[in-house]
Design a protein around this ligand. Sequence first.
Ligand code: F6P
Length: 336
Amino acid sequence: MRSGQEIKFMKTNIKTIAIFTSGGDSPGMNAAIRAVVRTALHHSIKVFGIMHGYDGMIKGEFISVDATSVSGIIQRGGTILKTARSIRFMTNEGMKEAAAQLKKHKIDAVVAIGGDGTFKGALEFYSICKIPFIGLPGTIDNDLAGSDFTIGYDTAVNTVVEAVDKIRDTAESHDRLFFVEVMGRDAGLIALNSGIGVGAEAILIPETKTYIEDLIKLLQKGWKRKKSSYIIIVAEGDDAGGAYAVAEKVKAKFDKLDTRISVLGHLQRGGNPTANDRLLATRMGFEAVKALVKGKKNVMVGIVDKKVVYTPFSKAVKYHLKPDKSLMEMVEILSA
Ligand code: F6P
């Protein structure tokens, strides 16, 4: 093992950076913050944390952080820097105020942890502030191009699996049909992969059209063979509506089963990050500082096939899941 002092990095002109989290929080954001702060300090770079995302940038909520500020946070969900969805930052005036605050604090570069909204904002902001940004994908939705996984996704899927396993117990005991709504306004990956993990009878996602008649056929088939419980996972952004809307449509045509609805909601965004998310966030945080030192700007750090890649913000935000047909077929065959 080599001591940290011996590990050499390239020389950099960057003296001070700022870091913030933005948009929906995700488990592992803290682990990423810790890695960024400690890697920057290793390079003798001063770090400011900005509280409450872009909103806090506008208001000047800058706090100086050191190695101790990030002690004991690797295992904690949420974000110690807090987060927000800023309406004010979307205006030219808001962006100018934010740029003035970065200048006032002599910030040479910024690390932004968030999702597509965060990176779209950063891209537009660059024309005003001219300060390089490096992005880290922090969202439970796993909906960014340029990384196999985003920070928080693995934890969210595991949280859903744990919750739905419990629902399955009670569904089995009562011979009931459950519609379970999971997060994903535009992206169905949480629904798809947690659904497979819990052996869901059907999985409804925004990326594919939902046919209620097909769902009815599936229920009728199960009814004939006296199947005792059903779990239908519904992504909140499904084209047929959320769990309540889908349940209504199904009940109107098939009322043989006692039905319940469960909306998992924000519990999917909290909790201690899984080991996978901690590893991902730590590696990405470390790489974010390396990227800045290398002179990269306006790119998201991602990991694809175990390798670090940089994707321009303009591309990272253009993710669209093309559901694997064989996976969808598998779900149908296994739910029989
Ligand atoms: O972006 C992550 C996400 O959790 C989505 O899956 C969900 O639709 C949304 O955030 C909910 O956002 P809010 O907490 O602002 O209601």
